[in-house]
Write a protein that binds this ligand. Structure first.
Ligand code: SF4
Ligand code: SF4
Length: 121
């Protein structure tokens, strides 16, 4: 008889349990904005080493089938997916690639360079 009373007192309705779990999972801060990067390649500097392509965590870059003026293939960027990690820029031995926030082309990278695009994702 005593055992039966304890089990009734300790019982929590299933609906109330679910509600408390939902409250505990509410975010306390707004999620950060999606980061979007824009890739710029200076065709004349590129030596086609592919280091930038291999280091990209989002597979944004692929090697072109075309040649630049020095006879090398150069990287092309996909239209979305760049997260602006700057890895490609850091590994390029020829300073031939730059990334920036979308619409914020770095000075000197708008003329004589190939600008490929971008986006979060
Ligand atoms: S900045 Fe990062 S994600 Fe964007 S193309 Fe370069 S390596 Fe890929
Ligand atoms: S790392 Fe630089 S030189 Fe090598 S393929 Fe990429 S842009 Fe060209």
């Amino acid at each position: 008889m005593v055992l039966q009373q304890e089990s009734v007192r300790g019982h929590v309705p299933a609906r109330r349990q679910v509600a408390s779990v939902k409250r505990a999972r509410l975010p306390i801060a707004k999620p950060p904005p999606v980061v979007r990067g824009e890739v710029h390649v200076n065709l004349d500097r590129c030596k086609g080493c592919e280091l930038c392509i291999e280091c990209c965590p989002k597979d944004v870059l692929t090697l072109s089938t075309e040649f630049n003026s020095a006879g090398y293939h150069y990287p092309l960027a996909a239209t979305d997916g760049c997260i602006l990690c700057q890895g490609c820029m850091a590994v390029c031995p020829d300073f031939a690639i730059a990334v920036s926030a979308v619409g914020n082309t770095p000075p000197g990278w708008d003329a004589g360079s190939f600008s490929a695009a971008t986006g979060g994702g």
